[in-house]
Design a protein around this ligand. Structure first.
Ligand SMILES: Cc1ncc(COP(=O)(O)O)c(C=O)c1O
Length: 414
């Protein structure tokens, strides 16, 4: 069978994170590993009420195929929201509805990437995007990421060298607000600089933005797309973190010619996004349920984030640096280079606490001293006790007290 596989399939492998997550699903383990919205907040009653109405009253359409671009009323509602809340100069023709922004990322590669094309990502970057790009056969170039996101000086330097060697990257991919995995937000001046650089090197900017509406502190920062006067930015938004991921709905926002190409690509992929789910999501917005729902999410996650920061401040050794996100779902910790967080993971599991190792988020194979921590899923009590345990695990790792037993297994440090 192996010889029959496509080049693309041969490069695909099980996500390292998925494998790790299997371990963390044990009931006795406190997990900071996932990246999921908290199901306690799912609007079950409202969804049930709407689903019944949408099936009984609009069944001829909601149970039928839909257009590839998406349900027109939903596209209009999204465009209006992007204008009003995000200051974007867009209309419904700039919006394509997809089955999750993960599909948007996949369509992006189908529309723009030939095997071997260079593209730019941060180091670290969102793993789900990196996997899609890798399967499309891109050549990665990585740019340093600091407390304000992708570093424009490093970006310019990399682009200077690349173009000198005749390599012209088609796009850079970034999550500028409450980044996955780092949690950091890029300030406005840096966003402008990134856009200027994209202009100078005539490349696209792919702005992936699932988290910006989950802000717990500070003032909103304008999206890069809202500064785009040239149709240079392709923007991805999603309902996954502000409504519910189970409906699998997202939007790609771009110039009309780009949306047209994405539509052809989507036709080949799944013909259309679920008409039923789009109508449910539209009704959720139209009945005025979305904004109060987002506020509920913010209230819960804000409390959890505050507890999380307090716990890390109290329990983490000072050699371990971590981000203090103003929103989103994640904090990111960087240990001194001698700490191997992949090895430490087994030890953490023994201590009944889990995180996601940082290495898979680095397409250049570095980052073995980093870890991603999620604060939306664990209970308040789990945050408190889990961070105390993780603090001890980190202290032990720093003291090199994690030792191999004769069987090659780990034992608790004394
Ligand atoms: C940065 C980023 N992009 C895209 C996605 C996928 O979102 P969706 O559920 O819309 O496919 C996620 C999900 O966690 C994400 O963190």
């Amino acid at each position: 069978m192996e010889s029959l596989l496509s080049v693309r399939a041969k490069t695909m492998k099980a996500s390292e994170i998925r494998e790790l997550l299997k371990l963390t699903q044990r009931k006795d383990i406190i997990s900071f590993a996932g990246g999921l919205p908290n199901p306690q907040l799912f609007p079950k009653e409202q969804m049930a009420e709407i689903a019944k109405d949408v099936i009984m009253d609009q069944g001829d359409h909601s149970l039928q195929y839909g257009t590839t671009e998406g349900y027109s009323k939903f596209r209009e509602a999204i465009a209006e929201r992007l204008q009003k809340n995000f200051g974007m100069d867009v209309n419904s023709h700039n919006v394509q509805i997809t089955s999750g922004s993960q599909q948007g990322l996949d369509l992006l590669t189908k529309v723009f990437v030939n095997r071997g094309d260079p593209i730019i990502v941060g180091n670290p970057t969102y793993l789900g995007a990196a996997n899609v790009f890798a399967a499309a056969g891109v050549k990665f170039e990585t740019v340093q990421v600091d407390g304000e996101g992708m570093n424009p000086d490093d970006l310019e330097e990399k682009l200077r060298v690349m173009t000198h060697h005749g390599e012209n990257p088609k796009f850079m991919y970034l999550v500028p607000t409450f980044d996955n995995p780092t949690g950091v937000t890029m300030p406005t001046n840096r966003r402008k600089k990134i856009l200027d650089i994209a202009h100078e090197y005539d490349m696209l900017v792919v702005e992936d933005d699932p988290y910006s509406e989950l802000r717990y502190e500070g003032d909103p920062v304008k999206s890069i797309k809202s500064m785009d006067k040239e149709g240079r930015v392709i923007y991805f938004g999603t309902i996954s973190k502000i409504m519910t991921p189970g409906l699998r709905l997202a939007w790609t926002v771009a110039s009309e010619p780009i949306i047209e190409k994405f539509t052809y690509a989507k036709q080949n992929s799944d013909l259309c996004t679920s008409a039923l789910n789009q109508r449910i999501a539209f009704e959720f917005m139209d009945r005025g349920y979305l904004e109060p729902h987002i506020q509920k999410i913010i209230d819960m996650y804000k409390r959890k984030r505050t507890l999380f920061l307090k716990g890390m401040d109290e329990h983490f050794p000072e050699e371990v640096k971590y981000t203090r996100p103003d929103g989103g779902l994640f904090s990111w910790a960087i240990c001194p280079p001698e700490v191997d967080t992949t090895e430490m993971f087994k030890y953490a599991i023994r201590a009944k606490v889990a995180y996601v190792t940082g290495k898979p988020f680095h397409v250049d194979g570095s980052g073995n001293n980093t870890l991603r921590l999620n604060f939306s899923m664990p209970s308040d009590e789990q945050i408190e006790s889990g961070l105390e345990t993780l603090g001890q695990v980190l202290r032990d790792a720093l003291a090199h007290s994690i030792k191999d037993t004769e069987e090659g297994d780990f034992m608790m440090a004394p």
